[in-house]
Design a protein around this ligand. Structure first.
Ligand code: DGY
Length: 326
């Protein structure tokens, strides 16, 4: 069967697909959206997609018009906001993702951003690289200690929990808000969204992006955050209104922010690029050799499972199987 892999991968994912007898097309690193859609619409049974590949109802309709072969879209990410799940389910296409294997790598990046943002690291690096470091001084580049501060987690899934544990190791008090409510097995206090905004010294975002969470953190919510607090986002850019965030940083209402994801990725809101109290990373939450290899392994297994008639380990629309058995 024909499988389209959206970008070159590290590890053995592609060779495993080929060794299983499939015809695998790997698109180039910088392919256009049109090239991606054309490759799928030319007829294929499986797609290994990236979070940067929009797969909307229009793409699904085009593949259906070209024939009914597509059976599985395996997204190389835990987030799947790039895919219209409803359109896939209606078309009988299984969508899978790659949770668990990237939890620690992403929480590590969130922790890195937290420490860099709290300790004014970007300003320190800039001072040094611009040749302005003239010697140690007691009042220079001051930041804040995490110990004793409150870390608020917005979205308490796997990565939120891993981040909470890291915060606890730094001596932070943990509070959280989850749309699904309190989780009995967790030792930390569940709190209202308004309470989370009001009480967090550092607010770290770990919820998925969907119609309910787009701009969940806008001007009004930033205003409700403590003066001098810090915002960390390693989830998805559009959860935060970047223009409002830039204002809150410019006025000093927020002490700093750490971002790995952007509202119009890969573009970054220009004002943020110029600020010294913002840590900006290019969406590298899961970018370790070990994690990316594990993500490839999971993504390839999902395709092999579905094409062999087995249930994959992480379907995001399991209702496809129930519909198929009706
Ligand atoms: C994901 O898997 O959703 C991450 O954003 C990838 O780094």
């Amino acid at each position: 069967m024909r499988i389209v892999v959206s970008k070159p991968l590290i590890g053995s994912a592609v060779s495993r697909l080929r060794e299983s007898g499939h015809d695998v097309v790997v698109l180039s690193e910088n392919h256009s959206q049109e090239a991606f859609v054309e490759a799928i619409a030319a007829g294929c049974e499986g797609v290994l997609s990236m979070l940067s590949d929009p797969i909307g109802a229009d793409v699904i309709a085009r593949t259906r018009a070209a024939g009914k072969s597509l059976r599985v879209i395996s997204n190389y990410a835990v987030g799947y906001n790039n895919i219209d799940i409803k359109a896939c389910t209606e078309a009988g296409i299984v969508v899978t993702n790659t949770p668990d294997v990237l939890t620690d790598a992403t929480a590590d990046i969130a922790l890195t951003l937290l420490l860099m943002a709290m300790r004014s690291i970007p300003a320190g690096m800039k001072l040094l690289s611009e040749g302005r470091f003239t010697g140690w001084r007691p009042i220079c580049l001051l930041g804040h200690d995490p110990r004793g501060k409150t870390l608020g987690i917005l979205g308490m899934g796997r990565i939120g929990i891993a981040m909470a544990r890291r915060g606890e190791a730094l001596g932070m008090k943990i509070i959280y808000h989850s749309r699904s409510g309190a989780k009995a097995e967790l030792p930390w206090a569940h709190i209202s969204f308004a309470g989370l905004l009001a009480e967090s010294d550092v607010l770290s975002i770990h919820c998925p992006l969907n119609s309910e969470t787009k701009h969940l953190i806008g001007a009004a919510e930033l205003e409700k955050m403590k003066r001098g607090s810090v915002l960390i986002n390693t989830a998805r850019g559009p959860i935060v209104d970047e223009a409002a965030l830039a204002d809150a940083l410019r006025t000093g209402h927020l002490f700093s922010a750490g971002l790995d994801v952007y509202e119009r990725e890969p573009e970054v809101y220009p004002a943020l690029m110029k600020m010294e109290n913002v840590v900006l990373l290019p969406h590298m939450g899961s970018s370790t050799y070990e994690t990316r290899e594990a993500m490839g392994g999971l993504a390839a297994s999902a395709i092999l499972d579905v094409l062999a008639g087995r249930r994959p380990s992480h379907p995001v629309n399991p209702e496809v199987f129930e519909l198929a058995s009706l």
